[in-house]
Design a binder for this molecule. Structure first.
Ligand code: HEC
Ligand code: HEC
Length: 159
């Protein structure tokens, strides 16, 4: 008798759970929505590849920064540059301390020469800053995917 009751309760709980799991998400209007659409088997579409807004380095102004310590965005195109590898870094051939004057390019920030562990300034660019494009990004004409109310904080250049 007791066992039968327990069994019935477990069965009831399980069916309640599976009902919850199977309930589809409802939108604000109450219509059924699914993130993947009706055909869950279909492969996700890659987003359209956009052309960069910038042109050749040296032909545009830098983009104003929007908050302190922001990595400045890259104002010029980078589409035709070689990929950054362990041995090569085309960005440094213009922005590095040896060449920036000759190339009329802004010199990389002082922070890029700091040793990550000790905080001491070094002669060489820190290896933690080698992969420039993990922080600095080129620009395309992309509209925000969701509305946001961010406003720039007015300030000078972060160092
Ligand atoms: C041929 C030289 C050259 C190369 C190569 C180059 N840049 Fe530049 N970069 C410039 C010049 C010149 C500017 C000044 C703005 C302009 O005229 O485009 C600049 C501007 C910038 C800025 C804006 C700085 C600021 O204060 O707002 C960033 C960030 C930057 N470059 C990053 C990069 C990265 C990352 C790479 C490698 C993917 C790279 N650049 C490759 C010449 C170069
Ligand atoms: C870990 C993130 C990070 C990486 C990697 C990085 N940067 Fe930066 N960069 C920043 C930030 C943050 C700033 C702004 C504050 C500062 O100067 O430190 C900056 C500033 C700059 C500036 C403007 C300097 C100034 O005086 O206004 C240039 C040019 C630049 N970076 C180029 C590069 C290049 C070229 C590389 C690759 C060799 C690189 N950065 C790698 C984060 C990064």
């Amino acid at each position: 008798m007791k066992n039968t009751l327990q069994f019935a309760l477990v069965a009831l709980a399980t069916s309640a759970l599976s009902f919850l799991a199977a309930t589809p998400a409802l939108s604000a209007e109450g219509a059924v929505q699914s993130l993947r659409g009706v055909d869950a088997q279909a492969a996700d579409q890659a987003p359209e590849e956009k052309t960069q807004l910038g042109r050749r380095p040296g032909s545009q102004k830098v983009v104003p920064r929007t908050f302190d310590k922001q990595p400045p965005v890259i104002p010029h195109a980078t589409e035709n540059f070689d990929e950054i590898t362990l041995e090569e870094n085309q960005c440094l051939s213009c922005h590095g301390p040896a060449k920036y004057k000759e190339k009329k390019a802004p010199k990389i920030g002082v922070s890029h020469f700091r040793n990550q562990q000790t905080g001491k300034l070094m002669k060489q660019v820190s290896s933690a800053r080698h992969n420039c494009v993990q922080c600095h990004v080129p620009q395309v004409d992309a509209q925000p995917l969701v509305e946001n109310t961010f406003q720039s904080v007015p300030q000078g250049k972060g160092k």
